[in-house]
Design a protein. Structure first.
Lengths: 314, 357
């Protein structure tokens, strides 16, 4: 018990939690944007892979770190456009289209990686984002190491939570986006384009998902590996339900998740001899399922989620 | 120009769309092939002869198609009822796990009984694997897409744990693999010196069985009714939850059989890389088949040809074999778009929708 308390009170634990949460924050925010507009995006897992791969490769080819961020987002936006066109004007199954995008994005990323780097045994490394060392703030006790020694991408994730909350709740664009996920007919009656709003939300959301992937190769690690995304995208889909489609709760959910994950890594070193390590590896997935089971009934689903809308049909 | 639903969908259209989509996906593959710097025509030639060039390569394709028929059926059946079972990958491993538990001699059974017991246990393990997320859906409203996807990871890690622990082969030189199942329990081979095994026959029998169940029984009618409109089905007095559970059990069992057939027909033992994503590819197979059980057999043969052909092309020309996964993904996307063409048509006139004049 004391051990757990010690862990929970340590700076490195909370710093690690925030680091683990960062890609999930991007992913949950991305999924939130898509679903708030009424489109489930199961392309997320593949878009993570594509973002991780595109961002890493752009940096490796000399585009610079922010160039990498740009190309990752571009890859995500392109994949989002595919999903958007298939599911919005064509009204095709959001489940199948999303899985198709995941398969496509994953295999394309792996193919491009293998073709560009045919004969490397260890993946080439890049110089990833460094911790932003903010002079005075970083020296603050506790808060300093936890908050002010994260990379720029973590800051971007936190900033985006605020931006998306503001856009969703305080701007006309946000109310149109929410309406298009709840009652597209009302949006159409106002003379706004349901198609544009929905596709726009999917494209924007998908580029955020790609950022989550890019975080893995450009901040958490410094190289691209096969299978590195490892279900993080699916976890985001569970977390967005847990967060009831609210940006603030999305941050909370991702942080809780990051904290549990950081805790299990530390517990593993404490009691590793007693319990097989795989128990800890399973924990994040089981945790996500539990979060879903707890939240599902209470969740306030966007009312038009999964429902295609066609112009001129009521 | 406007888009309107077709009032009648012709049989020709339903059959031609998946075929055209598959060819479209193969054609689009020319882009990545040329990106890899290979001669396109030669690449297609290598792919074709890599499957149809010899009896052996053809039998390899059938070997590859066998698990895909099972997982394709699992997806097709579940999707018919709009139960989104994306967990065939995990259920496959559960089936494989149970078949090594039963088949490696923990239970002393006469050889004649062993094979049916393995098949039954594997199917039951897969069924449980799908019954759990279905319970979470019905009882707690937890979306089965997410739970089945996440369970795939849980199950695979559990398999790794078993292979490094309780089930680890003491003779396995430290590799994380199970002991081989006893010789008598192996499914018989179909051809001498080839790997294709009687799991293929079992798969085809299952396809015919599922086809019969869906099209000729009350149960099948209920499943289709639940899939088309669960609310209406409920008002019509169809026990929706019970139907869903039945679908879940059969769907999971089919995926479990894929694992049994891979272990007892092919590998003989269990490793954590038994399936290169057969569960996920099964979804593509089901969609290509238009969720028709008999179509699944043909779609599985096409997808298996792509994999085997691309493997052989990859060996000959050095183009990454991830090309096969790319073609599979492309065929899913194009059959989806093709499905749009079967249900809607584009009318080239200026008349507004709603005018009947």
């Amino acid at each position: 018990m004391i051990d757990i308390l010690n862990i929970l009170l340590s700076e490195s634990f909370w710093a690690a939690s925030l680091r683990i949460a960062s890609p999930l924050i991007f992913g949950v925010l991305g999924a939130l944007l898509c679903e708030r507009a009424g489109v489930l995006n199961l392309g997320i897992e593949g878009i993570f892979v594509a973002g991780a791969m595109a961002g890493w490769m752009a940096v490796w080819l000399g585009a610079g770190l922010w160039g990498g961020v740009f190309f990752a987002m571009l890859a995500g936006a392109a994949l989002g456009l595919i999903h958007g066109i298939l599911t919005v004007p064509l009204g095709l199954s959001q489940h199948v289209s999303g899985l198709g995008v995941t398969l496509f994005a994953t295999s394309l990323s792996y193919f491009v990686y293998r073709t560009s780097l045919p004969a490397v045994s260890s993946p080439p490394r890049i110089e990833p984002f460094r911790a932003l060392d903010i002079p005075i703030l970083s020296d603050l006790p506790f808060v300093g190491p936890v908050l002010f020694q994260q990379t720029a991408l973590t800051w971007l994730a936190l900033l985006l939570v605020a931006v998306i909350w503001y856009v969703m709740n305080r701007t006309p664009l946000g109310s149109a986006l929410r309406a298009v996920g709840d009652n597209p007919d009302s949006v159409d009656a106002q003379g706004l384009s349901v198609y544009t709003l929905r596709i726009g939300a999917v494209v924007a959301g998908s580029s955020l998902m790609a950022l989550g992937g890019a975080f893995l190769t450009m901040s958490a690690f410094d190289a691209f590996f096969f299978g590195m995304v490892n279900g993080r995208g699916w976890i985001c889909i569970a977390l967005v339900i847990f967060a009831s489609w609210q940006p603030g709760k999305a941050l909370l959910g991702a942080m809780l998740f990051g904290a549990f994950d950081a805790l299990q890594v530390r517990l593993q070193t404490e009691v590793g001899a007693l319990v097989p390590g795989q128990i800890f590896l399973m924990a994040p997935y089981i945790l996500s399922i539990l979060a879903l089971v707890i939240a599902a009934r209470r969740a306030d689903y966007p009312r038009a989620l999964l429902t295609p809308w066609f112009k001129g049909q009521r | 120009m406007r888009i309107e639903p077709r009032s009648k969908v012709s049989k020709t259209l339903i059959i031609s769309v998946p075929i055209l989509s598959s060819f479209a996906a193969l054609l689009i593959a020319a882009i990545p092939i040329s990106f890899a710097g290979a001669n396109i025509l030669q690449a297609y030639q290598e792919m074709f002869f890599g499957v149809f060039g010899s009896v052996f390569s053809f039998s390899e394709m059938l070997t590859r198609a066998t698990p895909l028929i099972f997982t394709g059926l699992a997806a097709a059946l579940a999707f018919r009822a709009r139960l989104w079972n994306i967990g065939a990958e995990g259920q496959l491993y559960l089936g494989a796990l149970l078949s090594v538990v039963v088949g490696t001699g923990y239970f002393d059974l006469p050889p004649l009984l062993l094979t049916p017991v393995i098949i039954l246990c594997g199917a039951m393990a897969g069924a449980v694997g799908m019954a759990v997320p279905t319970f979470l859906k019905v009882r707690f409203g937890a979306d089965e897409v997410v739970t089945t996807l996440l369970l795939n990871f849980v199950i695979l890690i559990f398999i790794q744990m078993m292979l490094e622990g309780a089930l680890k082969d003491p003779m396995g030189l430290g590799w994380p693999q199970s002991s081989p199942i006893v010789e008598e329990a192996m499914l018989p081979k179909l051809l001498p010196r080839m790997r294709v095994h009687s799991g293929l026959i079992l798969a085809i029998v299952c396809a015919v069985f599922v086809h019969f169940m869906l099209s000729r029984t009350v149960w099948g009618f209920r499943v289709r009714a639940v899939g088309e409109n669960a609310v209406a089905a409920k008002y019509a007095g169809i026990p929706v939850h019970r139907s869903l559970f039945m679908v879940a059990i059969f769907s999971g069992a089919l995926a479990g059989l894929a694992g049994v057939s891979e272990v007892a027909g092919l590998k003989g033992y269990l490793t954590a890389d038994l399936s290169p994503g057969f569960g996920y590819t099964g979804i593509v197979v089901a969609m290509l088949a238009g969720l028709s059980p008999l179509g699944v057999v043909l779609a599985a043969i096409f997808i298996a040809s792509v994999f085997v052909g691309a493997d052989s092309m990859s060996r000959a020309m050095g183009v990454s074999s991830y090309l096969a996964d790319l073609v599979v993904a492309l065929s899913l996307l194009s059959v989806l778009v093709g499905g749009f063409a079967t249900r809607f048509r584009i009318v080239w006139s200026k008349r507004q929708p709603g005018d009947n004049g």
